[in-house]
Design a protein around this ligand. Sequence first.
Ligand SMILES: [Zn+2]
Length: 899
Amino acid sequence: MKKTAHIISHSHWDREWYLPFEKHRYYFIKLMNNLIDEFEQEGNQFQSFHLDGQTVLLEDYFAVHPENREKVKQLIEEKKLTIGPWYVLQDAFLTSSEANVRNLLIGMNDAKAYGHVSKIGYFPDTFGIYGQAPQLLKQAGIETAAFGRGVKPTGFNNTVSDTPNFESPFSEMIWKSPDGSSVLGILFANWYSNGNEIPVDEEEARVFWNHKLQDAEKYASTNQLLFMNGCDHQPLQKTIPEAIETASALYSDYTFKHSSFDEYTDALKKVLPEKLQVIEGELRNQRTDGWSTLVNTASARIYLKQWNNRCQTLLEKIAEPLAAFGYLANGTYPREYIRFMWKSLLKNHPHDSICGCSVDEVHREMVTRFERVSQMGEVFVQEQAAELALTVDTSKTPDGGIPFVVMNTTGWNKNEVVTKLVDLEKVYFSQMHFEEIPAYLRDKEMPAYKLVDDQGQTVEFQLVSPTVEFGYDLPDDKFRQPFFAKRATLSFYAEEIPSFGYKTYYLVPEGHSLVQQQIKAPVNDLEMENEFVHLLFHEDGTYDVTDKKTGKAFHRLGIYEDTGDVGNEYMFKEAKGYSAITTKGIPAEFTLVERSALRTVLEFKHTLSIPVSADEQLDVERHKLIWHKEREAGRANEMTAISLRTVVTLEKGMKGPAFKLFINNQATDHRLRVLFPTGLQTETHQADSIFEIVTRPNTPEKEWENSSFCHHQQRFVSLSDDKMGVTVATDGLHEYEILQKDGTIAVTVLRSVAELGDWGYFPTPEAQCLGLQTAEWQVLLHQKDVLASKAYVDAYQYKVPLLAIQTSIHEGKLPGTHQFVNWETNGLVWSSMRVAEEQDDVIVRWFNPAGQKEMLKAAIHDDARSYKSSILEEKTTDSKNLYEVEGHEIITLGFHHKR
Ligand SMILES: [Zn+2]
């Protein structure tokens, strides 16, 4: 049977990588201009070009050539230029579940507006892919995914595979999500450059094709062969029509076709064998020697991951739900501004960007992008919250009282200590000469207060250190209004703040003391305790933590471990010689910072002596481009001291202590981790991933040679036996390893390297992360595992705070306590709440972390109708009140809000 060689012209365009963005863009403009010229030439046989699956490239181009917008649109409509479905080619594991959805939603909407969307789930270079990707693609109407990594192709000789995990005899396979959704998976078994630079010259072409045809046929399950005519930042090969002519003359058994993914997959699907290997779940290169997984990009430049986690949380867990509340209250939704914030953040999500595996200029620019997103998010939240608070009726505030509204933008009820700056009294410059205000406010005696909620219940609180500070209002209809305020820090325990809702509190003058409430004196300064846990610290900063309900304890958690690293931004390679240096047995210096009814804060400091850098061998190896696996470099003999300051906080209501580590990093070429030796002996553990709490083995497959076996996590990692468990929730710490010895969870808090890695020598001194670095996590104890105990609720809420807004006394249509969306279910994970991208329905998303069915009931008010929607916010079922959610299903509901 005649075979078809599909040649797809493309260029894999990392927006920024070994060059900063603007330098790569210079070459991209050239590529686009060449493409347009090529397509415009009369009689030209150049058929089509695949624009790397990401629509952001067009924005990059139009910023320089806005005059070519219509021309490009026409090329897309004519399917000569193929774009989408993504906005950027993101890293799959280092961006949140919602960021992965938004990337698809925004990319598909953009591509649609340009004229045509490529319906291929394109992951050419992605450093591993999450297991729920087939479900996401399926919900978006995409039936095929193409990827370059994750699965090992074994070739024809192994057509009957007895190892179903992550091994396929063919480059075509079925890829299945845990919920059972599946797509056709196409592996670039010979990489996405297997048809790059095809010769026109007959002799050269013969050599090229003899080799390339054989390579493709080794893995192809059909007579439809795929050749990717391009590579990273590949310029246009204009001579493809001539090269095809040469090839056609040489090989009469083959049809050579300048093709597209649409044409290739159509032809492929007609001839696919009945039975293809089924690959289930995550694609993480687990059936390899472990030296090229790129997993340690999870710990390269951790500061970027922390920035990202903060920005994602700000947009998806605070700003969007808050704006949706505003929509339900006032009928307006700043959709365009929200999309702009998302696009700005997504520009930091390409694999070479968020992975921290580019040159220093790239990551410096990323920090300013994160700063901009955070500025936008902050002003947005401040203004939206203030507007919403104006619709809440505070007219019944007791005399002289200060009302404020505590908002819960998450999908779970919250009990949490709220800390808020309150302006006890404000004097505007229009009321008094500004030079006189500070003294007036300082000398003015303030009344004592009590704190009550809108049900009249008295609430315990602390009000400390009033100071006089400058501030200003920016009214909608007037010039700026400067003032001085007498400002104090108010802390109180906010209880039962409804999910997707708020509760109003009043600070009311009363004959009550302003002094902090005292509790019983500390028994011992090295202990801390609340209603859930008790902690006892040892001299070296390790601690025993006891679950007060069950009496079960874990001992000596929290050891710091330092190891030499002679690898690069992609991969960790332990330096030879030295064994790990730890804080075990090294006395720490303790300080009690605060002990009140609401919180205990303890601080301890270590000075750890470690080698100042790698030894001289490393520099030689870097310059000779010695691959990380082969490196022999060790650590230097010269030592330096790094200081580690740990602040532990345990507040009322917290299920476990929260830690913030301040590292003054003065050493290079090393890795610092925090170790939790749980003593639990298990085969597997669980980790938070994209719309999934995934179970992974503690030990690698037999092919694995790398002595390090690290993994990705989104927000937490968990180890448990059938009785008890420990979950470590983190803020942008995405790398962990499970060490079988002592059942230890090791979380990377800092990795210092000095080169990019990959195809040349690119020094990246800033990847050493010198100076002050921080890391934050929370330790949660539970019975059974993280799922059965629902400890994930606390883990997902870590670092998603309540929002407290001081407001004026006014009438309003909303009551003092309110919930915008009521929902009932036993075990779903809330993910998002917003108003749809292209219509006015409120969209709320959850996923089922368990394998069994769950029921979900949800309503925005008594008569609100809801429907099931795809992740693209398209209605898929009729209105219902009760939904059956399949195991591992991602469920999105739309609420049609009648106003
Ligand atoms: Zn790439």
